[in-house]
Each structure stands twice: as C-alpha cells, then as structure tokens.
Design a protein around this ligand. Sequence first.
Ligand code: CP
Ligand code: NVA
Length: 308
Amino acid sequence: MNHFLDIHSTPADELHKIIAQAGAMKQARLGRPKGALDDAQPLAGHMVALIFEKPSTRTRVSFDVGVRQMGGQTMVLSGKDMQLGHGETIADTARVLSRYVDLIMIRTFDETVLTEMAEYATVPVINGLTDRTHPCQIMADILTYEEHRGSIKGKKVVWAGDGNNVCASFLHAAGQFGFDLTFTGPAQLDPEDEFVGLARQQGSTITIERDPVKAVQGADLIVADTWVSMHDSQSSKERRHNMLRSYQVNDALMAHAKPDALFMHCLPAHREEEVTSSVMDGPQSVIFDEAENRLHAQKAVMRWCLGV
Ligand code: CP
Ligand code: NVA
C-alpha cells in the first residue's frame, strides 16, 4: 500500500513515473469535455473520501473530477461536520473510513493528523496540504515546468517570499528531482532547516539570498505564494506584509531572471501583493497550466497509491 504523504518520502524513480503517467493521461484526453470518462477506468469500483479541514478550490475540484474521469466515486467531507472535529480520535476515524472507502485524501492543519491517519488507515492516504507541506501541488508544478521547458534537473528555481508549506515541498522536490533552489525572503520567514538540510544531503545547491535582485540572476523559474497562509493568524498580516513587501514578484524583478524564465504560483494569489497582475497575466506566467495540472498529476498519484 502506497501512501502519498510527501515528496521526500516517495522514491525518486516512482515520482518520475508518476509525472510521466500524468503527462500521458493528459495527452490521451486532449480536447474531450471535462466530464468525459478516460478510455481506461482504473478507479472503477473505487470510492474516494476527500476530507477538508481548510478551504480549497483547486484541490477539491481537481481530485473530485480526476476520480470521476477514472471511473471512481467520491465523497467530499468537511472536517468540522465529521466526528473528527468533535473529539473522535484520528486513529478511530482512519479505521472506520477504511471500512467504507478505498482511498483517503486529507487537507488538514497539523502534520500529525495526516501521519496518524496514514498509520491507522488500512487504505492509502494522500496529503492534500498541511501547515508544513503541499506535495500534490509540487507534482503539478514539475509536470508544468517539464511540459514547457523539458527536464527540471539542474535548473535554478527561485522561491520569493515566505518559506512556507509550498516552499517546503519545493525543497523536497529539489532533492528528488535534482534542481537547485534559491530562497529569497526575510530571515524570520526562512524555510525550516530540516527541509534545507534534506535537499542539500541529496546534492542540491540550496542558497539563501536576502537580496531578491541577486537571487533571481540566472533563474529558470520564479515561484511566489501568498504572504499569509491559511494556518497563519490574520493578526500577523500587517507584520508579514511589511516584512515581505520588497519580495514582490513584478516586471522589474522578472527582468533580472533568464529571459525565458517561467513564473509559477500555486494560487489563490493576492494580486498586487506577492505578485503583480502584469506578471500573473504576462507571457512568462504558467499559473493556469499549473492549476490544470493538479488534475492530471493527482490522477497519476491516485493510480500509484492504489496500484491500478
Ligand atoms: N493551490 C491549491 O492547493 O489551491 P486550493 O487551496 O484552492 O486547493
Ligand atoms: N501556502 C498556502 C497555500 C495554499 C494552496 C496556504 O497554506 O494557505
């Protein structure tokens, strides 16, 4: 049984196979209506629970559509409406759900909810974002990069802003896919040492550069994310904005990267905050391909989890 909990805990060769399968499945249904079934129906007879303890647009819709295209069925559950939110343990919830469904995707706050779910579930569990990581997003991002520019191996990725959960999964991916990553942001919001250390152990060059203009020199890909994540308190908003303002990705900053550098953002974005509309809607931006590729990447992740 394969859980998909994090990029670093999934073998690199398996990650590459998942990306390749995602690309092939995407090609195979080009031009079809979104609700049309795939030719192969690997999830026929499978029931998938999608649990959300935080808001979601992309993750919720892409998982739901992906399961249906592959012939499976879904139930979307809100954590607060489940007994999970009213004192039932995660372990008991995991044991019970495993009697009804074949696969569980969960978006939650504390990473221990995910790991406990995986420990006690007897079906595969997928990480749909925690406070610390967001691996499904980065699978879609790798697929997107490689569709536009070929292999990401050896490329320079620059993360601008908060060293948050999405940044952490990019660092995991740096080690597994063999690219280098420069973080540019204020010291208070550096990514955790654990993520940086792991990527370095795997041979990636991870650089911390406070000056955003220096950071983006030679960049193949620039990535931004919200300055205030769902797990951050709203009272920290003004402080965060003050710290992060000089790391906004705008046309002037993009001009210092390679001319063919791409721009990515997992979305939802706050236009004119972490990134300007001119960059989001400009020729280097691939943000909506990223959003689409959540669907294709996760379909391949689910097949890998279920071995189908
Ligand atoms: N990028 C992403 O995970 O978006 P949602 O929060 O809308 O799912
Ligand atoms: N860092 C953001 C990502 C949203 C998809 C958050 O956790 O809110």
